[in-house]
Write a protein that binds this ligand. Sequence first.
Ligand SMILES: Nc1ncnc2c1ncn2[C@@H]1O[C@H](COP(=O)(O)OP(=O)(O)OP(=O)(O)O)[C@@H](O)[C@H]1O
Ligand SMILES: [Mg+2]
Length: 234
Amino acid sequence: MLLSLENVTTYYGQMRILEGISLQVDAGELVSLLGGNASGKSTTLKTVLGIVRARSGRVLLDGEEVNGCDVPTRISRGLAIVPENRRLFGQMTVRENLELGAVLRRGANLDEDFERVHTLFPRLHERRDQLAGTLSGGEQQMVAMGRALMSRPRLLLMDEPSMGLSPALVQQNFRIIKEVHQSGVAILMVEQNAAMALSIADRGYVLSTGEIVLSGAAKDLLASEDLKRAYLGS
Ligand SMILES: Nc1ncnc2c1ncn2[C@@H]1O[C@H](COP(=O)(O)OP(=O)(O)OP(=O)(O)O)[C@@H](O)[C@H]1O
Ligand SMILES: [Mg+2]
């Protein structure tokens, strides 16, 4: 198993946010993490990456516990994140933002990586010298995804990639996510749009106030009345 969470609790100060969650992502899988507002989706991704630490339970990468590992160590083991709200460096160019994604491979030849990103997102090649802060929302999402891919991840964590995009761009974005997945990268994707996310996912988990209340194959979840109930209940 590429990623396993075993009975993980995460706190902010005294407040317990994740109530003991267990989930897995296998190599090459696309797994979607669903749930209403404040259910703990972003906290789960942050716990995987190590931005916040699990208070109890285990986070395992390739079967090895990484609870004590910092973020750079986890990135060097194959994780990358496309964060909520993209978090680009607005005063840096597109190219510089992309380079940051490969910062742990400093000195390496990045030509191949740029080529891969530019093939997925030809627009970023056209805009390579433009300041990231002046890009449209859709273009910024492309930079955020491109930057994550520059580290050659095996597991890409994505936090609400459709947020703030027009319906046409959401469609385009999902096509690209599918393409990245088909190239062999596993993805753990947080999405508010359950139907859309499950239409491209292998499996899904549903969080409600820090607990996983439902999980299964994407096609089963899509057909499930429980999914609707879980959503309305959260
Ligand atoms: N840094 C923090 N300090 C204290 N509480 C936090 C912090 N970050 C998040 N929380 C709280 O943890 C809970 C879960 O937040 P989280 O961001 O994981 O939810 P989410 O499912 O991603 O929600 P959304 O759909 O709104 O993005 C929320 O109640 C939130 O207020
Ligand atoms: Mg969130």
